[in-house]
Design a protein around this ligand. Structure first.
Ligand code: NAD
Length: 287
């Protein structure tokens, strides 16, 4: 497996752009952000400049390291060229199986045989993406958390065909960019963190729908009683209600269970998706 010096991140949205920035901050790798949308690449550049400037203003980054990090990142819409040059490719496109499969088929065609290939999917295990990709042993999930420059965790998930060498290289890479890896040794829907979140959210909905307590009191109880920084409903608003509802439906298809609760579905149907739309379980008048 190649030593990792060049990283291509495919999908420069919320996650991909920050995975790229965190990688560049570590000062060891060159990063190419790939997106099919030139407008998204421009947006990502604007957000990156803003984050880096803020980190300098707050004294978390020197001017020198900031300009080094920004100089390590390039952006392109040319997926084949970026992937061919990469030692590690991290796929971070929409959470949609067909969209991801299309991208993985391109990775199979263009990535070098010694490159490590990873998906940042929150719920789609690598075994659902690698059919037809040469060398499935070098493929795994690398699940970072939002916002990547703040949240330290990355779940590395071993698929049924992932090699030990791939697991080791993935864990080492995560450490090399100052994040903390944990290994999920067998594929399971939701990996570790989301399974625990699903369980907590399920109880929160049970309490809400049974009329036992309000959204506000459930969140307050969890924050003050369990010391979580956010209550379950605040966290759902932060992550996006559509994302969470889709993950629960996906889990129902794979494992059974109840799927998205009515109190969640009805908000998604009304387009109330949380912070990003200004309304979810709470209102966010300033967006
Ligand atoms: N948002 C989160 O909180 C979060 C947290 C952890 C993991 N994830 C996972 O990360 C992945 C990306 O999520 P996101 O929130 O960043 O999505 P996003 O919608 O913000 O970004 C996806 C990007 O992929 C690009 N894209 C789509 N198809 C493409 C293609 N064929 N080639 C190149 N670019 C393409 C889009 O233009 C878009 O910019 C998903 O799998 C999601 O499950 C998201």
């Amino acid at each position: 497996m190649a030593e990792i010096t060049r990283v291509a991140v495919v999908g420069a949205g919320t996650m991909g752009s920050q995975i790229g920035l965190q990688t560049a901050y570590a000062g060891r790798h060159r990063v190419t952000l790939v997106d099919s949308s030139p407008a998204q690449l421009e947006r990502a550049a604007g957000q990156r400049d803003h984050l880096v400037r803020r980190a300098v203003e707050r004294g978390r980054l020197t001017e020198e390291r900031a300009s080094d990090a920004l100089g390590r990142i390039e952006a392109t819409t040319d997926l084949p060229a970026a992937v061919t040059a990469a030692d590690l490719v991290i796929e971070a496109v929409f959470e949609d199986l067909d969209a991801k499969r299309q991208v993985w088929s391109q990775l199979g065609t263009h990535a070098r045989p010694d490159a490590l290939l990873a998906s940042n999917s929150s719920t789609i295990a690598i075994s659902r993406l690698v059919d037809g990709v040469p060398g499935p042993d070098r493929c795994c999930n690398m699940h970072f958390f939002h916002p990547v420059t703040v949240m330290q965790l990355c779940e590395v998930v071993r698929g049924p065909r992932t090699s030990d060498e791939t697991v080791r290289a993935a864990m080492d890479f995560v450490r090399s960019i100052d994040r903390v890896p944990v290994l999920v040794n067998r594929e399971v829907h939701g990996f570790i963190v989301n399974r625990i979140l699903f369980a907590a959210a399920e109880e929160a909905f049970h309490l809400l729908e049974g009329g036992y307590a309000t959204v506000e009191d459930i969140d307050t109880a969890v924050k003050k009683g369990l010391n979580w920084p956010m209550g379950p409903f605040e966290l759902l608003d932060f992550s996006g209600l559509d994302v969470f509802s889709g993950a629960l439906e996906d889990r129902r298809r794979l494992e059974g269970g109840r799927g998205a609760p009515a109190a969640l579905k009805e908000r998604v149907d009304r387009g109330e998706l949380g912070r990003k739309t200004g309304r979810g379980f709470y209102d966010y008048p300033s967006g």
